[in-house]
Ligand binder design. Structure first.
Ligand code: GAL
Length: 412
């Protein structure tokens, strides 16, 4: 009898030692492209707003451009607690009159996917029920509703589940923080539908070292803000950990602020380009009906999206030394990376006035030291006039806080 109940227990209590189930390979190979309620609406969410975003994916051409996930963030459930009988988290019936399952069907009918939010603590950041200790029940509830993506936050963590020092053996995969995320990972792996798993741990517990063993993406920072200082600081942070990004493994620079606050159009271009070439998830975070045509053109740029969603190359662009005398800056201004189309160069002007930016073609990793190249502007989709030899330098005037994006192709 004791043996039987121990067996039963071990089948429902997640394993905390050894290895956890790896994240599903049926989802999350490429960084997510989608939308999330938080930056747009905070807690002031409901079915109409989420459905409006889903319909705008279709009507604005975002779905055709590859945007897929429509994600609900914090504040979707009954704040007073779980159902006393079933113990399940219950959707707020005023905000979501058709439940989350009813909304999921509508979103699926549009050919899109739906994400939900919970927390690896007792309550979410806004004080709604969290999932710590109820991982299997919540994961199976999400699975039944048809959920395709889970963002799992890090608020209200009991003291015995935190880390005050490096874990035994030094592998943060065995830290208390990681174990909380592994428990939910195990519960997600037990569901029949693949659920993409976002570890929202704000860059804590060296998450980049274990994130890919547990989920598909992991937040590298605290919350984004629509400010140039956030954009540059998260680029700096991310650049230090770029070798962890690959297929099924994405450093998450947090949700997009295009359309919010007072970012200049140049800053919004840099925001989008950097998230794309560093292969962060791109989850739009604004009321899509308010975007103007310039902003829409930025987020629908085919060539940057193709780089971000490249099915053959999972690695991000990395900084390179542009000329033999180029100074080192933080964040770096010059990046190169490979795509199925060839070699790309991205240049950010981090300065607050227009500046000339120059690189020597042979300094671009992978381009080689001989031959002649043409340069293609990814923003406009056009080739620049003329050709450039490997030993030559290319110069361009870049507006304050703007980013230029190129594909370089050998022509001879
Ligand atoms: C934060 C998280 C945000 C948002 C918010 C909701 O911890 O980083 O992205 O989810 O909680 O309360």
């Amino acid at each position: 009898m004791m043996f039987a109940s121990a067996l039963l227990l071990s089948s429902v209590v997640p394993v905390v030692l050894g290895q956890s189930a790896p994240p599903s390979k049926s989802t999350g190979k490429l960084p997510a492209l989608g939308w999330n309620t938080w930056n747009a609406y905070g807690c002031n969410i409901n079915e109409a707003k989420v459905l409006a975003a889903a319909n705008q994916f279709v009507s604005l051409g975002l779905k055709d451009a590859g945007y897929q996930y429509v994600n609900i963030d914090d504040c979707w459930s009954n704040k007073s607690g779980r159902d006393p009988n079933t113990h399940r988290i219950v959707p707020d019936a005023t905000k979501f009159p058709n439940g989350i399952g009813g909304l999921a069907s509508q979103i699926h009918n549009l050919g899109l996917k739906i994400g939900i939010y919970s927390d690896a603590g007792t309550m979410t950041c806004a004080g709604y029920p969290g999932s710590l200790g109820n991982e299997m029940l919540d994961a199976s509830t999400f699975g039944e509703w048809g959920i395709d993506y889970l963002k799992y936050d890090n608020c209200n963590v009991p003291a015995n589940w935190t880390d005050s020092s490096s874990p035994p053996g030094g592998d943060w995969y065995n830290s208390n923080s990681a174990l909380r995320y592994r428990q939910m990972g195990d519960a997600l792996a037990a569901q029949s539908r693949p659920i993409q798993y976002e570890i929202c741990i704000w860059g804590q517990a060296n998450v980049w070292t274990w994130g890919a063993r547990v989920g598909h993406s992991w937040r590298m920072s605290g919350d984004a803000s629509p400010s140039w200082s956030y954009i540059t600081s998260i680029i700096k942070t991310n650049v230090a950990h770029l070798n962890y990004t690959n297929f099924w493994a994405h450093n998450d620079m947090d949700m997009m602020e295009i359309g919010n606050g007072a970012l200049t159009i140049q800053e919004q271009r840099t925001h989008f380009a950097a998230w794309a070439f560093l292969k962060s998830p791109i989850l739009l975070g604004t009321d899509l009906s308010k975007l103007n045509s310039t902003q829409l053109a930025i987020i629908k740029n085919k060539e940057l999206l193709a780089f971000h969603q490249d099915p053959n190359i999972g690695t991000a662009a990395t900084p390179f030394k542009a000329t033999s005398t180029a100074p080192t800056t933080s964040p770096p201004e010059y990046y190169s990376g490979a795509s199925s189309k060839g070699t790309h160069v991205f240049i950010i002007n981090t300065g607050s006035s227009t500046a000339t930016k120059t690189f020597t073609l042979s300094n671009v990793p992978g381009l080689g030291t001989s031959g002649t190249f043409k340069i293609h502007d990814m923003w406009s989709g056009t080739d620049l006039s003329g050709t450039y030899s490997a030993s030559s330098s290319f110069s361009v005037s870049v507006a304050a806080h703007d980013t230029v994006t190129y594909l370089l192709t050998k022509v001879a």
